[in-house]
Design a protein around this ligand. Structure first.
Ligand SMILES: Nc1ncnc2c1ncn2[C@@H]1O[C@H](COP(=O)(O)OP(=O)(O)O)[C@@H](O)[C@H]1O
Ligand SMILES: [Mg+2]
Length: 302
């Protein structure tokens, strides 16, 4: 089993290469290709996770469909046969891991929703009693569910810098009051619906990040949605508030990187085979729990 670390479609115009996705121009649209790259501590690691790009793409497709009644999205098609002629030679690499999408004017804000106290939210709460300026009831423990899900936007980092949490007032300065209110309401509505579904399938959706953009038809949900790369999922069974919860997807990777005392500077190390395999299982497990039930996906080899 081999990981696809990078695509090189020489007849297409590369629009951007993100940490995980390679993006090509497709006339007025964009072709998003999810590779098997994996990042940790803001670095792309030396090894990929075979099929990760397919798993993430299929999960996003599931959620776009699931959420269609709440929010329109950027998807045009994920069937390679619908793509422009120029893309057909690359069909083998595109199958299962790509989407033709409407090119959107992206809002320069990451729309984060948190339902539980974790990560930077927990650190902020410990230091200030608030999360991103939002006052929270005192006495909560690490990993505890918040009384209400909260919207905590972040500025979109450019050039691989850390995303920075911003206040809602700052978001208003960036996108205007009307769109800021709209994106907050949409994000909270999507979170609630998705967390309910995840919970039914035995997973807690601790927090997640959405990216929205505008097209001729108005605001659309873009990028990837509710994947383990953009979201913190926890296993409901193993959930123990009062401590850090194991990260559903990247725990093995993080543990390994800590064990070798990597200094978190480039170049990032490669991963041993067993860490790759265990991580692949976790991505598959989340996918199967959330999306597969009743909907077989043939593109991913178990
Ligand atoms: N419909 C769209 N139109 C324009 N840009 C988009 C669209 N959907 C996603 N993007 C952008 O494509 C990039 C996806 O690649 P990714 O590997 O996730 O990058 P990053 O390292 O920035 O997370 C993101 O920068 C995202 O904002
Ligand atoms: Mg991304």
């Amino acid at each position: 089993m081999k990981a696809l670390l990078q695509t090189n479609f020489s007849d297409l115009v590369l629009y951007a290469r993100g940490k995980v996705r390679d993006i090509y121009l497709a006339g007025e649209h964009l072709l998003l290709v999810a590779t098997d790259r994996i990042s940790a501590f803001d670095h792309v690691l030396g090894s990929g996770i075979p099929d990760k790009g397919k798993i993430l793409t299929q999960m996003s497709l599931f959620w776009f469909d699931f959420l269609e009644e709440i929010v329109p999205n950027h998807l045009i098609s994920a069937r390679v046969e619908d793509y422009p002629e120029a893309m057909q030679p690359y069909r083998e690499q595109l199958e299962g891991r790509s989407m033709l999408v409407k090119r959107a004017q992206m809002f320069p804000v990451e729309c984060v929703v948190r339902g539980y106290l974790a990560g930077s939210g927990w650190k902020d709460y410990l230091a200030t009693g608030k999360v991103c300026g939002i006052p929270i009831a005192p006495g909560l423990r690490e990993g505890e569910e918040l009384p209400e899900p909260i919207f905590t936007p972040a500025s979109k980092s450019l050039h691989g810098k850390h995303d920075e949490n911003i206040s809602f007032d700052h978001m208003i300065e960036l996108v205007g009051a009307e769109d800021a209110e709209r994106l907050r309401a949409l994000s909270l509505a999507i979170y609630r619906r998705a967390a309910e579904h995840a919970n039914d399938q035995g997973l807690l959706l601790a927090d997640t990040k959405f990216e929205f953009g505008t097209t001729a038809e108005g605001i659309v949900l873009a990028d990837e949605v509710l994947t383990p790369d953009s979201s913190r999922y926890w296993d409901r069974e193993g959930y123990r508030p009062g401590q850090a919860q194991p990260s559903f997807d990247k725990q093995f990777v993080r543990d390994y990187l800590e064990s070798i005392h990597w200094n978190k500077q480039a170049p990032a190390p490669a991963l041993p085979d067993d860490v790759v395999e265990q991580t692949r299982r976790k991505y598959l497990q989340a996918f199967e729990a959330l999306a597969v039930k009743g909907k077989a996906v043939q593109t991913v080899n178990r």
